[in-house]
Design a protein around this ligand. Structure first.
Ligand code: ADP
Ligand code: MG
Length: 498
């Protein structure tokens, strides 16, 4: 049964959307949060487990200090207060991927709370996201349902469980209700999670690879009649792990809920699931009465990070992505729009690495946003997946700067580099693409062109300097574009006047 939807523009004219985002990030620690099992992705199922990962009777947890440090880093980067002391709690529920029958999490004592994050939208406007808390917890294992459609449990003949992920450290970041986004709500949601992803990477706390599920968002959406009305009933769409998916879910829920409200109906408070086609599908009806019987974890002591440690972590924080963008925009003398294009193209790091390898930001940007963007688009791959290293682009530009390649020749060399023919220097040599700077070779070509066009030569002698263009053109053609046109012109004038 397909949902009735209201046109999006009409929906946001008639109703005020409110968002709530719960973002989970898997931390890149060496071991799990409460035991010494390795925290690795993609290993043989059930090889990365200890008795504690799967909660065998009598197995005891120990807190991973690096996990706590990473959580503090995240909290500080989001402008949060760091708790003087906080505890873990058991969140009790049954599911086959959670063999302990409870998730070790934090309930009313999160490690970080009361923060805010400023995000920049694709149109260049800014929005502040209020952060309620960031707390530590552990991931569950992974169920794989066999035999049903789309890997869903419905219609499956059996299920497999892999506990390698059980106990992997997570930090969950929960926003306060996000108000005032209006028609931009879908973009705000996606930009927020993208900003978090960039921050996780900058902080070095996670590889934050969306396609591996390192970062997943639960997307809460509700509508209300007006910004002064009390909050409406929300739905929560679980585990969305693409930026596009997040945007689509918000959009879809706004349209779906608006249609229900406009028809005089009530939105059901429920957990929904995002579909590949950008819609959401109803699931478990959820009420605030959901009771996980949270209680303090008796096997773990409270975590009480000293203020000295917290300050030390704060001082060690790297430059945040937004500050870095502002700095590089100035260093590279880019306009706001140019910088935004760079960021949206995912070229920032590549340009930065290219510039660091010894060229200017401007030159590096020209390559990555020009020729390389075009090639990536043609091949339908990401810029970072092109078979060329930033150092090679810097080397290529150095050949241009030293006059050994013209822009046009450099593009041909790049073609060779992308085809796997080697470094720019090697490709230029192998393909014979360097600028002919040897005057005697050029003079021979000039003399030949003058001899072949005696009338043009006469015109130049007669003072029609612009006629020299035809000779320069002939020489460029004869040298297959490998001559420096400026030098050729000089030689033509010398020859004609002598
Ligand atoms: P749960 O434990 O059921 O996931 P939380 O209290 O953690 O619920 O809240 C989920 C998220 O939804 C939070 O980000 C919160 O700010 C947000 N939220 C709460 N009420 C609403 C609402 N009416 N509309 C939209 N978002 C909401
Ligand atoms: Mg939730």
């Amino acid at each position: 049964m397909s949902d009735t939807l209201m046109d999006f523009d009409e929906a946001v004219r008639r109703y005020d959307p409110v968002l709530g985002l719960e973002v989970h990030v898997e931390l890149g620690t060496v071991t799990k949060m409460f035991d010494a099992a390795p925290n690795v992705f993609g290993a043989q199922p059930n090889t990365m487990v200890t008795p504690t990962s799967v909660g065998l009777p009598g197995a005891l947890p120990v807190v991973n200090a690096r996990g706590v440090e990473y959580a503090i880093r995240i909290g500080l980067a989001l402008g949060c207060e760091i708790a003087e002391s906080c505890r873990f709690a058991r969140k009790n529920y049954f599911y086959p991927d959670l063999s302990k029958d409870f998730q070790t999490s934090q309930s009313d004592e999160p490690i970080a709370f009361d923060g805010a994050l400023e995000i920049e939208l694709e149109d260049g406007s800014f929005f502040t996201i209020p952060i309620e808390r960031a707390h530590m917890e552990e991931d569950a294992g992974k169920n794989t349902h066999i035999g049903g459609a789309d890997g869903r449990i419905e219609g499956a003949s059996h299920s497999l469980v892999d506990y390698n992920r059980a106990g992997v450290p997570l930090v969950e970041i929960v926003t306060r209700p996000i108000e005032g986004a209006g028609a931009k709500a879908p973009q705000v949601a996606a930009a927020y999670v993208r900003t978090l992803r960039d921050i996780f990477r900058a902080l070095g706390v996670s590889e934050a690879r969306m396609e591996r599920g390192n970062v997943r968002a639960d997307v809460n959406v509700s509508l209300r009649e007006s910004p002064d009305a009390p909050l409406g009933t929300r739905t929560e769409t679980k585990n969305v792990n693409t930026f596009r998916g997040i945007e689509q879910v918000v959009r879809y829920e706004i349209q779906r809920q608006a249609a229900i409200l406009a028809a005089g109906g009530e939105v059901l408070q429920e957990t929904r699931h995002g579909q590949a086609d950008g819609t959401t599908r109803g699931g478990r009806v959820k009420s605030d009465a959901d009771d996980y019987r949270y209680f303090p974890e008796p096997d773990l002591v409270p975590v009480a990070p000293s203020r000295e440690w917290v300050e030390q972590i704060r001082e060690g924080l790297p430059e945040m992505p937004a500050a870095k963008r502002r700095r590089l925009k100035v260093e590279w003398s880019l306009s706001d729009t140019e910088m935004r294009d760079v960021v949206n193209a995912g070229a920032l790091e590549l340009i930065e690495a290219t510039a660091a390898a010894g060229t200017t930001g401007q030159a590096a940007r020209k390559w990555w946003m020009g020729e390389l963007s075009r090639t990536a688009k043609e091949q339908e791959i990401g810029l970072e997946d092109l078979p060329v290293a930033p150092e090679q682009i810097a080397d290529l530009q150095a050949l241009v700067d030293s006059g050994r390649l013209t822009d046009k020749l450099a593009r041909q060399v790049l073609e060779g580099v992308l085809a796997g023919e080697g470094d720019p220097e090697a490709v230029a040599a192998a393909r014979g693409l360097e600028v002919v700077s040897d005057d005697s070779a050029l003079l021979a070509a000039v003399d030949e062109a003058l001899a072949a066009n005696p009338d043009v030569a006469d015109k130049i002698r007669g003072g029609k300097v612009q006629a020299a263009g035809a000779i320069v053109g002939a020489v460029m053609k004869a040298t297959r574009g490998q001559a420096d046109a400026k030098r050729v012109r000089e030689l033509v004038m010398e020859r004609v006047q002598s």
